[in-house]
Ligand binder design. Structure first.
Ligand SMILES: Cc1cc2nc3c(=O)[nH]c(=O)nc-3n(C[C@H](O)[C@H](O)[C@H](O)COP(=O)(O)OP(=O)(O)OC[C@H]3O[C@@H](n4cnc5c(N)ncnc54)[C@H](O)[C@@H]3O)c2cc1C
Length: 344
């Protein structure tokens, strides 16, 4: 466990809500660290619909979802918030003196004055292979992400899935594995058409075997996984030899550790007030899709409004004696200085 990083605020989640929270806190001169379990910022926009156009962002008649994320990243750049990506916030505990201890899956520890939870629909976790005993081999012979492609070289490999990542890995590893089978429950793929064409080419050349079906059971010998039983959609059984299974079924959001932090939860969302978007724990706020209150609408627009109000609430929580007043970015020299755009 590392030395705690002392900070005014920790934001959990780097979706549109969490990114805009950096901006709103930054305008008030409050520094934040951001944690996200995914390897890239952007939340649902990046993970679920990067290429889709969004039409209801004020003053942007149309904006691609990934473009929105890029614009938010550009907008928060002046504030130099550190993004801790690929780390899940696993612990949140109130400490003496009203501060909070936040710990991530990578062992990063924060000592924070306030916490803003912007965790959307939860942290995205890989969908698992639904066969008995799969958990026993997770990380050794069953993989949900590729740490190093080299560990599959020269191996008998079975890849599961029909999206971009399943096909990309199948294409890359087919020439390097001892054998490679791709298993997908349908003949329609969610992957790019060019990848499907390349996969079919490798299949025609005998570099790769494609099976339309689903995994039924693991084959285990002397405690080691040695293959997998697959039932074809036509009902035919296939016994595939395998040293390694690579499962690319995509990611599903899970509320995960947030449910254990003593927060009032209502239908998988954190209950907050509408003045400060504060949870039942003073100093812990929640914005975006993760919160709930009467009339809540899960829209990016709502998250932006919530972030603005939370920044004032965080400021008051951190510095109760400080007089609060509204400033405009247009005319406030202090804000312009923080943005790096104004005169001294
Ligand atoms: C297909 C589709 C189309 C949409 N179109 C629109 C639209 O046109 N207009 C609109 O306003 N909205 C739209 N939405 C909804 C919009 O995307 C969400 O309202 C928005 O993404 C919510 O932002 P958020 O930051 O609250 O959450 P998210 O975008 O879900 O981001 C939350 C982040 O928190 C991270 N996280 C969660 N738990 C943890 C943890 N414990 N530790 C670390 N990180 C964690 C997650 O990994 C994720 O990156 C659409 C949604 C979908 C699926």
């Amino acid at each position: 466990m590392s030395e705690p990083i002392s900070t005014e605020a920790v934001i959990i989640g780097a979706g549109p809500a969490g990114l805009f929270q950096v901006f709103e806190l930054g305008l008030l001169g409050i520094k934040a660290h951001v944690i996200d379990s995914l390897a890239a910022p952007g939340g649902q926009c990046t993970e679920l619909y990067p290429d889709k156009p969004i039409y209801d962002i004020p003053a942007l008649p149309v904006c691609g979802a990934q473009e929105l994320v890029e614009r938010l990243l550009q907008q928060i750049r002046p504030f130099g918030a550190q993004l801790h990506l690929g780390e899940e916030a696993v612990e949140l505990r109130a400490q003496d003196g009203g501060r909070f201890r936040v710990v991530t899956s990578a062992g990063t520890v924060f000592d924070a004055g306030a916490v803003v939870i912007a965790a959307g629909v939860g942290s995205f976790q890989p969908r698992h292979l639904a066969v008995p005993d799969a958990a026993t081999f997770e990380g050794s012979q069953i993989h949900y992400k590729v740490r190093s492609a080299a560990e599959f070289h020269g191996k008998r490999l079975v890849v599961f899935g029909g999206g971009d990542s399943a096909l990309d890995w199948a294409i890359e590893l087919a020439p390097k594995a001892q054998s490679l089978a791709l298993v997908h429950r349908r003949t329609e793929f969610r992957a790019a058409p060019a990848s499907v064409a390349r996969m079919r080419e490798l299949e025609a050349n005998g570099r790769l075997r494609f099976i339309e079906g689903v995994a039924q059971a693991l084959r285990v010998q002397d405690g080691r996984l040695c293959g997998v039983e697959v039932r074809g959609t036509d009902g035919a059984p296939h016994a595939l030899d395998a040293d390694q299974l690579l499962v690319c079924f995509g990611l599903a959001p899970k509320l995960g550790p947030i449910a254990e932090w003593g927060l009032e939860i209502d239908k998988r969302a954190i209950r907050v007030d509408t003045e400060k978007f504060q949870s039942n724990i003073p100093g812990v706020f929640a914005i975006g899709d993760i919160n709930t209150y009467p009339g809540k609408k899960k829209l990016i627009l709502s998250a932006f409004h919530e972030a603005a109000l939370v920044s004032f609430a965080v400021q008051h929580h951190l510095y109760p004696a400080k007089k609060q007043f509204l400033q405009y970015t247009t005319t406030s020299p202090a804000m312009q200085k923080r943005l790096g755009v104004g005169a001294e």
